[in-house]
Design a binder for this molecule. Structure first.
Ligand code: SF4
Length: 362
């Protein structure tokens, strides 16, 4: 029998005294020059952002709740083979998502369109930066055929940022939605779009004409951390994008995701949730930030599952249709289940760790 412990700690302090990561004092080389089509990763990606990322020497030990279920390797291989044969990318692979085996193993994937090179340089993200290649005109058809071949009932389409395109890639998104709906009319399509900074009106004019089933845009973090974590983005711009889309397509659910563990406080997370509710967002995802490499922003802390639960309780209280918060939650994590109103899966925890916190009875 399992019992839940009475919470006795100050909710503004992490429950576990976590050491801060050690930073490296090694002198850095010059970053590589941008070459069209060439991927800049790690140090080369983040070398020119305003607030420098100092490489970490040692990372904070991961707690027991940072765990994923192992799923069928055969299913993972089947999806990878289909994707490669259609020259498609998934954000699951490009961003080294820890849930990949679980999602691919369950027959779902999040397609990343418009290439695998992003024009932005967010220091938390493992997607490569650079000067992207021209759009692949065949990609909408290939994506639609893959959704059909994999018999998906719910597909998530996301992209890198394409600040080099006049519409930010909105027209390409619309093509993918149109072709996917034509080949798989029963498949729900969620789009996870960039912020279209500087071209929002043009992009929205295109996107409202070809509505998806869910319109998702990630705000990623609290406003105080924007300069360091989203140096080329604008907090209010992201909120406005979500609200404007909702005002123009009131029947389409809007969704937004962000990470914790980047240096925000619990109070700032509540304020962010208030902002999202005030901008008519319906569905929320909150997950733990994990550092992809020592050249990425360090993990500030591992948020305890109880704190995630407090975010879900608060989000329900202020009226979101659904809020999923947990260590391994990502913006498209079991997106179909969240869309249908299911509860967020509980984090996988070891019996020993639960006993230590007094959460396992006899
Ligand atoms: S805009 Fe998105 S894909 Fe590009 S670096 Fe930032 S988080 Fe990654």
């Amino acid at each position: 029998m399992t019992a839940t412990a009475v919470q006795t700690h100050n909710p503004l302090e992490p429950m576990i005294d976590q050491p801060k990561p050690k930073i490296s004092k090694v002198k850095r080389r010059k970053p590589k020059k941008l070459v069209k089509g060439e991927k800049m990763r790690g140090f080369d990606k983040v070398a020119r952002i305003p607030i420098k990322v100092i490489p970490t020497e040692e990372t904070i030990k991961k707690p027991d709740w940072i765990r994923v279920k192992i799923s069928s390797p055969a299913e993972v291989e089947r999806i990878k083979t289909t994707l490669r044969s259609q020259k498609l990318h998934t954000v699951c692979e490009e961003a080294a998502c820890p849930n990949l085996p679980q999602c691919f193993g369950g027959g779902t994937a999040t397609f990343m369109i418009m290439g695998d090179i992003c024009t932005r340089r967010c220091p938390f993200c493992d997607v490569a930066h650079g000067l992207p290649n021209a759009l692949d005109k065949e990609e909408p058809r290939h994506t639609a055929e893959t959704i059909q071949n994999l018999k998906l009932k719910y597909a998530v389409i996301t992209s890198v940022d394409r600040d080099d395109l006049r519409d930010g890639g909105a027209g390409h998104f619309a093509e993918v939605i149109r072709e996917s709906k034509a080949l798989s009319p029963n498949c729900l399509v969620e789009v996870l779009v960039p912020d279209f900074r500087g071209r929002v009106d043009k992009a929205l004019d295109i996107l409202v004409e070809t509505p998806p089933d869910v319109f998702n845009h990630n705000i990623e973090t609290v406003p105080r951390l924007y300069r360091a974590m989203r140096p080329e983005s604008d907090y209010q711009g992201s909120l406005d994008l979500l609200k404007t889309y909702k005002s123009r397509c009131p029947d389409i659910p809007t969704k937004c995701g962000f990470m914790v563990g980047l240096g925000e406080t619990e109070e700032e997370v509540y304020a962010l949730l208030d902002d999202l509710r005030a901008h008519d967002v319906d569905l929320i995802t909150i997950g733990q930030y994990l550092q992809p490499s020592k050249n990425h922003a360090p993990v500030d802390r591992y948020v305890h599952p109880d704190e995630f639960q407090r975010y879900m309780d608060y989000g329900k209280k202020i009226g979101f249709f659904s809020i999923w918060a947990g260590p391994m939650v990502r913006s498209s994590y079991f997106a179909d289940r969240q869309y249908y109103g299911e509860d967020c899966p509980a984090p996988i925890r070891s019996k020993r760790a639960l006993e230590k916190e007094g959460k396992v009875g006899c």
